[in-house]
Design a protein around this ligand. Structure first.
Ligand code: SAH
Ligand code: SF4
Ligand code: F3S
Length: 472
């Protein structure tokens, strides 16, 4: 809710005079915004909120940067190379800005939050810096720039969830959509910048989540992915009834909306994912049997240094529960970091042996990148040489690729329910979609089936894709 402004006697007197905006001139809302997004799904979901806020104010959007009046980059700060990418992108705007000095360049998201006004000093081309909780303020910030000022808002909120904003779907296939259910993170993994860029954890109100999901279904969408840095921490208290809702209960309510609406979620934290969540998943056909469970390392000393607050044994026990409650075919994916501070060769072998033991379907794998201001940067030496990090990462990637191929091969001969998302990237004679356990399937098209559930018999595979044919 916006604070009510108390008017001074002078302002009250002035009310019958022609309205002049605080910037002394009319803001030109016909201006076109060009927005690029980087980083995780949450950033992509945020860009849809940003677009909604700006369009509500009358701004229009464009996908052609040449015709943009304002260029916004929604940025990521998770690793050094994510920030380097943005800095290079900013360089590439220089000819545009030289041609048209009135173009506004704005940095949104996690890099904006991390660097704050430092960004304005280091990157002269930047006019606007807005952190992840400042998006409602964007119209005012843009107005400030029209007055010839630079504009910054990096205030982190304890309440903001953008719950009442209807995101404008960007780059949409009209079938699958992201729905943010919480923001921020209260965990303090020692390597991670997210608690500093996204602030404290807060959960979005249940009704607004359910409303967004049902609206998506009514607009033809057939899959929602509920998003949060740590979805298992979802906790919302009804302001009037005091009734509280945890993640398992939220999941159940979303699943009950429509049996034809698939539900996915990301990300789960191994210390928090409960059997209640797993049993809820088992009870509903439309909750997809796929869990992203970042491991980060397979070694207990490293997990402790990372402050992940679980052990390898605890993690493997969670994997066991997933397989017992949801069956062997449940998709499981991971995140893993190679070359964290002081990691020995044996400790790296523990990460490889974790992969061997679990045999994940998929993984996101990274080499450790020290982030300023994090506990690891303050207390631990980033002492693994780059070439060793690189070699360890490659070993992890190679092993994961082998397992992905193995897991895909297990599916040959089975019949899978697939939600069709559109034409395959390589050929318009083929459709592509996803199985319940989140594997991409490509199959020859018979008729237009986008947004439909179909049964596909899996006949071949690569390590990344299943190939199959439609079953009548
Ligand atoms: N909230 C999620 C993940 C958030 S960031 C979770 O807790 O798992 C996504 C992934 O980026 C992390 O899982 C981690 O594997 C990786 N990551 C985060 N900080 C990193 C760093 N400093 N260097 C390398 N990888 C990092
Ligand atoms: Fe970062 Fe850990 Fe929070 Fe994930 S749980 S966002 S890795 S601090
Ligand atoms: Fe990057 Fe921020 Fe997401 S740092 S990974 S965009 S939460």
């Amino acid at each position: 809710m916006q604070d009510l402004k108390v008017l001074s006697p002078e302002e009250i007197k002035g009310l019958d005079e022609p309205r002049i905006s605080p910037s002394q001139h009319q803001t030109d809302y016909s201006k076109k915004i060009y927005l690029e997004s980087y980083g995780c799904q949450m950033n992509f979901a945020d860009s849809e909120v940003v677009t909604s806020i700006l369009m509500e104010q009358g701004y229009s959007t464009t996908s052609n940067i040449q015709e943009a009046d304002t260029i916004l980059l929604n940025t990521c700060a998770i690793r050094e190379n994510a920030e380097q990418k943005i800095r290079h992108r900013l360089q590439s705007f220089k000819p545009l800005k030289a041609k048209n000095p009135h173009i506004t360049v704005g940095i949104l998201g996690c890099m904006a939050e991390r660097l704050k006004t430092q960004l304005l000093e280091e990157e002269k081309i930047v006019d606007l810096v807005a952190g992840p909780d400042a998006y409602r303020d964007l119209p005012r910030l843009l107005e400030e720039i029209e007055d010839g000022n630079k504009a910054v808002n990096v205030f982190l909120s304890r309440e903001e969830t953008y719950g009442n904003i209807d995101p404008v779907r960007l780059h949409t296939n009209g079938v699958t959509a992201l729905v943010s259910i919480m923001r921020g993170c209260n965990n303090m993994c020692s390597f991670c910048v997210v608690p500093y860029t996204r602030g404290r954890e807060r959960s979005r109100d249940l009704d607004s989540i359910l409303r967004e999901c049902i609206n998506l279904f009514n607009s033809g969408y057939r899959e929602v992915t509920l998003l949060g840095q740590n979805v298992d921490s979802y906790h919302w208290q009804h302001p009037e009834t005091d009734q509280s809702v945890n993640f398992a209960q939220l999941l159940e309510q979303v699943a009950q909306l429509k049996p034809e609406l698939r539900v996915r979620f990301s990300t789960s934290h191994p210390k928090d994912i409960t059997n209640e969540v797993l049993h809820t998943m088992a009870a509903y056909d439309n909750i997809c049997k796929n869990i992203h469970l970042p491991a980060q390392s397979g070694n207990n000393r490293i997990l402790d240094l990372m402050n992940r607050t679980y052990t390898r044994e605890w993690y493997l026990d969670r994997i066991q529960s997933i397989r017992t409650i949801l069956g062997e075919s449940c998709g499981i994916s991971h995140d893993l970091i190679a070359g964290f501070c002081s990691e020995t060769e044996e400790e790296h072998q523990d990460s490889l042996s974790l992969l061997e033991e679990v045999k994940y379907d998929f993984g996101y794998m990274f080499s450790y990148s020290e982030r300023p201001g994090t506990p690891a940067e303050k207390k631990l030496a980033d002492d693994i040489p780059e070439e060793i990090k690189k070699r360890r990462l490659q070993e992890i990637i190679d092993l994961q690729r082998k397992h992905s191929a193995y897991k895909n091969q297990l599916m040959i001969g089975t019949t899978q329910r697939v939600l069709v998302e559109g034409d395959s990237k390589k050929s318009s004679a083929h459709h592509f979609g996803r199985t319940d356990n989140n594997k991409v399937v490509v199959f020859p098209k018979k008729e237009e089936m986008k947004g439909k559930f179909v049964d596909v018999k899996i006949t071949h595979c690569t390590s990344g894709t299943l190939l199959g044919e439609l079953i009548n």
